[in-house]
Design a protein around this ligand. Sequence first.
Ligand code: NAX
Length: 332
Amino acid sequence: PARPVTVTVTGAAGQIGYATVFRAAAGDLLGPGTPVRLHLLELPQARRAAEGTALELQDGAFPLLEGVEVFDDPAAAFEGASVGLLIGSRPRGPGMERADLLEANAGIFSVQGRAINAGAAEDFRAVVVGNPANTNALIAASHAPDVPRERFTALTRLDHHRAVAQLAAATGARTAEVDGVAIWGNHSATQYPDLTHATVGGRPALEVLAAAGHDRDWVAGTFIPRVARRGAEIIEVRGGSSVASAAHATLCHVRDWVLGTPQGSWTSMAVASDGSYGVPEELVSSFPVTCRNGAATVVPGLELDAFSRERVERSVQELAEERAAVAALGLL
Ligand code: NAX
């Protein structure tokens, strides 16, 4: 039998954490052949709730679940971890400025980065879900100098799924017929969901959309804002933020990263830039990526038209501003 993998989940008693851990225990994170050991990290005030979640995990009698431990100390929680699901973060409170938000989260992710550096396993990899996710990933990476930067990623898979689903709906296709969608930039309202390389049933998506009466103005004026503001739409309709869809995306992100993307296809992940497409190397930005042997590679050589270049630049500019704000606070 395969060796159990230690997975540390931060914010484990929160909504997304709760929706993630049961599916991780069921094999949806690392596949049906890999047993997992879950380390649930919470703030001291939520530790008891995490202990309750651990009891419920026990009650699942999951064959792949080797054990569950609850922590409120990051150093202990990341000891021996190979996977980090960094979900817990400080949400924006009333009257909180962006600088306050960045500072509060820098406090969390710098501490976790140091804990990872000190005690995580050699093959450690992390996805940051907690917002501002891209910049939080950057902060964690910068406090874990012994861990390769490319092992700190941020979640844009939910945005990717939203774009796939909206394209399928607009063309009357099944989501399985959609390929080649890409999310670029920041996980924020400036993100660029790009259809210029997408296909529907093997045909260029923009052609299929045009045949369905949707021109490029529809893409710019309806599709892009719909995807970028979908989180707000969910809050409005559901009365709460995205939870199960975010958990699903988190599981898909790690699973594809570890087990590989399907041959001939790509997904979207926010990764440490390798300088591709003019994105500065010190930023964690979303790109179309393929995954092989546990490594994510930015899809090379895609042609970006003027519209795409302008959108990517705008979102990357926002990432650069977030980075500068954190650096100015001395938190990198
Ligand atoms: P909740 O408030 O339900 O849960 C967050 C949990 O994190 C709480 O239980 C809290 O005690 C814990 N926590 C806070 N600081 C911690 C720390 N330093 N160590 C350990 N635990 C800590 O939020 P939830 O709905 O689960 O959302 C979690 C995060 O995901 C938020 O930042 C949210 O903005 C972000 N999202 C990111 C998405 C993405 O696509 N990247 C989409 C969904 C979601 O909005």
